[in-house]
Design a protein around this ligand. Structure first.
Ligand code: SF4
Length: 340
């Protein structure tokens, strides 16, 4: 098992420390240009979802691969974008998964490093506490504990399932500590690599968004207005409503931070969980989600009833776009006239 294949592992970090290269030499020496280029490639490709393999046949190539990982973490930290941080961790974990699939040796050492202690030659027994810790963010039904054969605290996983669990544990490990504290001098020394990465990041963010200019609450459709009212009153939203609201607000150019602030008054507000959900919907996993169409909203009981414009559109975003582009925002509703 080559340490350069799993650069997030403790053995790899130890090897980097033992090599004794200073940060200054990694940033500035011509002999480490290949390390800097590979680090930038890791980050650039992570934005699109997949980090490609690089040649690691010689010892020098393996050292380049190994050293490029901590440098990639520095680049990600200089860019300081929460969505990029999550995309990067996911792409590194996917690369590790691909390498595990090609691994000829057993996976025990790398599993141990990730806090997993599978038993057996395969299928493997794994303790339920380790399983839950690693698989709790995997949402397809097959990963639910109730769908596994739990016996005396252990459940069985195939080799491929073990590798998927390890991928998830690796993602958490890579994410931990990011962004790392980096000083301005370090980032300045990497400007040659950071500028194109920043441009790429800006382009992806622009592409992922519908350009509707500044947020205009007066143009919100009735469903979104109702959900915002519920949040303001401290009413907990159902999962489907929360997803619809968050994805709608992100699509019309609100930042994840602004959306987080909206939810901070909810009675069940859990900052870490909400941040994960908001950033996931915003595109941390490589896919930025759009809100459901009106028909789906109605199915889940999230359409409070149609106004005149609702009858002409099929999607809450179309409502907003048309209100923004064609119509002026509706005047505030007047209270019904008093009868005498
Ligand atoms: S018809 Fe569509 S846009 Fe209008 S309230 Fe229902 S879900 Fe929202």
């Amino acid at each position: 098992m080559r340490t350069s294949d799993y650069p997030f592992a403790e053995d790899a970090a130890g090897e980097v420390r033992a090599a004794g290269y200073s940060l200054d030499s990694l940033l500035n020496k011509t002999s480490f240009k290949a390390v800097r280029s590979r680090a930038a490639q890791r980050v650039s490709e992570a934005m699109s979802g997949t980090i490609s393999e690089s040649a690691t046949n010689t010892q020098a190539e393996q050292l380049t691969e190994l050293l490029s990982y901590p440098l990639a973490r520095i680049l990600v930290s200089c860019l300081d974008d929460s969505i990029l941080v999550r995309r990067y961790a996911l792409a590194e974990a996917k690369l590790a998964y691909k390498r595990m699939q090609e691994e000829r040796e057993d996976l025990t050492a790398i599993a141990d490093d990730l806090g997993l202690h599978p038993q057996g030659p395969g299928p493997f027994k794994i303790h339920f506490a380790e399983y839950i810790r690693a698989a709790h963010r995997m949402h397809s039904p097959k990963w639910k504990l109730t769908n596994r054969d739990l016996q005396q605290g252990y459940l069985t996983v195939t080799r491929d399932e073990l590798m998927r669990i390890m991928e998830e544990a690796a993602r958490e490990k890579i994410l931990k500590g990011l962004p790392i504290p980096v000083d301005g001098k370090t980032c300045a020394a990497l400007q040659e690599y950071l500028l194109p990465l920043k441009e790429q990041l800006d382009a992806i963010r622009a592409r992922d968004r519908v350009d509707l200019g500044a947020v205009n609450e007066g143009a919100f459709p009735p469903c979104i207005k109702k959900m915002l009212n519920d949040v303001a009153k401290g009413t907990n939203l159902a999962h489907s409503a929360r997803f619809a609201l968050v994805s709608f607000l992100l699509q019309i150019n609100m930042t994840p931070e602004e959306v987080m602030t909206l939810f901070s008054t909810s009675p069940d507000f859990d900052e870490e969980r909400t941040r994960y959900q908001v950033e996931h919907i915003a595109g941390a996993s490589g896919t930025s989600y759009k809100p459901p169409a009106c028909a789906t909203m109605a199915t889940y009981g999230n359409c409070p009833g149609e106004d005149e414009l609702c009858r002409k559109i099929r999607h809450p975003l179309s409502y907003y776009e048309r209100r923004m582009r064609i119509f002026k925002p509706l005047p505030p509703e007047r209270p019904p006239e008093q009868r005498t």
